[in-house]
Design a protein around this ligand. Structure first.
Ligand code: ATP
Length: 234
């Protein structure tokens, strides 16, 4: 892989006596879209926190070549700042309304610039959160179950939006999800976390959009990796 944006080598993360990540290795290429699946408690969010630089008490190395933005399941907007000010919060040009408006147009929320976050729907708030992440033009975008709290139709619309934004901005993406179908639609590569490290990798075919039929076989294999009997929820 030419100059990976993420290089993780023998990463170990312990909480007290408990080893959550155990000699984990991972490379992500520039502009690559990777989905990370794993059973509840397998350490997905822990890995994202390490990559975001929020947890540095680890053994091994986790290097990121460039800037990182994170979007979480909960949008985490500041309720006392209008939507546009949330987007540019902390940027060096954080009074730059034009920057915020461009980002809002990209997530199709132009008319919401002057609203308060608490007046937004869940899907709208999540789009603001994406705009805030992308306005920093990150080399790596970490998405921690960003669509998990949304209804099914909104989630489908978000998938299309994220794919558009990914094509426009071309960050590498690491998406944590419980939804195998979401991973199949969005990712170039699906990784399965178990026993503290990557236990399976599935490379998905190009070009996009792939056909549903092409997904069926990979879907079965990912579910088997997760120890889920097909037909049962992951
Ligand atoms: N700050 C902490 N202190 C102690 N234990 C923690 C801490 N953070 C996470 N853990 C433990 O580490 C394990 C992995 O947690 P993590 O949140 O990374 O899992 P996950 O795969 O993201 O789970 P889920 O899919 O349910 O969100 C869990 O057993 C959790 O209880």
């Amino acid at each position: 892989m030419a100059s990976p944006v993420v290089e993780v080598r023998d990463l170990v993360k312990k909480f007290g006596d408990r080893t959550v990540l155990n000699r984990l290795n991972l490379d992500i290429g520039r502009g690559e879209f990777v989905a990370l699946l794993g059973r509840s408690g397998s350490g997905k969010s822990t890995l994202l926190k390490v990559l975001a630089g929020l947890d540095q008490e680890v053994e091994g190395t986790a290097s990121v070549g460039g800037t990182v933005s994170v979007a979480f399941q909960q949008p985490r907007l500041l309720p006392w700042r209008k939507v546009w000010r949330n987007i540019v919060l902390g940027l060096h040009q954080d009074n730059d309304r034009a920057v915020a408006e461009k980002a809002l147009a990209e997530v199709r929320l132009s008319e919401h610039a002057d609203k308060w976050p608490l007046t937004l729907s869940g899907g709208e708030a999540q789009r603001v959160s994406l705009a805030r992440a992308l306005v920093r033009e990150p080399d790596l975008l970490l998405l921690d179950e960003p669509f998990g709290a949304l209804d099914a139709l909104t989630r489908l619309a978000m998938h299309r939006l994220v794919e558009d934004l990914w094509r426009t901005h071309q960050p590498a993406v690491l998406l944590v999800t419980h939804d195998v179908d979401e991973a199949l639609v969005l990712a170039d590569r699906i990784l399965v976390l178990g026993e503290g490290h990557i236990v399976a990798e599935h490379v998905l075919g190009q070009p996009r959009p792939r056909k549903a039929a092409d997904h069926a076989e990979v879907r079965s294999r990912v579910l088997a990796d997760l120890g889920v009997t097909e037909g049962a929820p992951a």
